[in-house]
Design a protein around this ligand. Sequence first.
Ligand SMILES: [Zn+2]
Length: 144
Amino acid sequence: MRDFTMSVCLLFAGAVVTDRRFCVRLVGGHENDDQKQNLLRPVKDNLGLRTPGVYKIPCECGKCYIGQTGRTIMERCKKHQSCMRLYYPDKSAVAQHSLETGHKIDFSATSILDKTSGYWDLVIKEAIEIQLDGNNFNRDGVYS
Ligand SMILES: [Zn+2]
């Protein structure tokens, strides 16, 4: 709640505030509290996983999968789930890990590491994230 209070103070000062929890944009004064509340939307209410980018899906074992997509991350997660359900381990490293180990993949905890849509940006940033995270089950040299 401390961050909320700080954001509201800045709201009254007519500032533009962006942090992990709130995205506030104000161009003028507002008459009532409802209008002010409407400006304080959590960031996750924005696009969420409906964006292209580099993403991370955790597994219950503590390892994770790092991937990239030029479509939306949400669509790619559904594709991974579909590969698990239809038993296509060759089409998804996530499906392969889950099907081989029996581990539960926590799709609800999928996070965005980088929002970008350019092909080479995606490929390079994914490769960097895979190297930085030493605890993943990505296939060597295969980014799918
Ligand atoms: Zn696992």
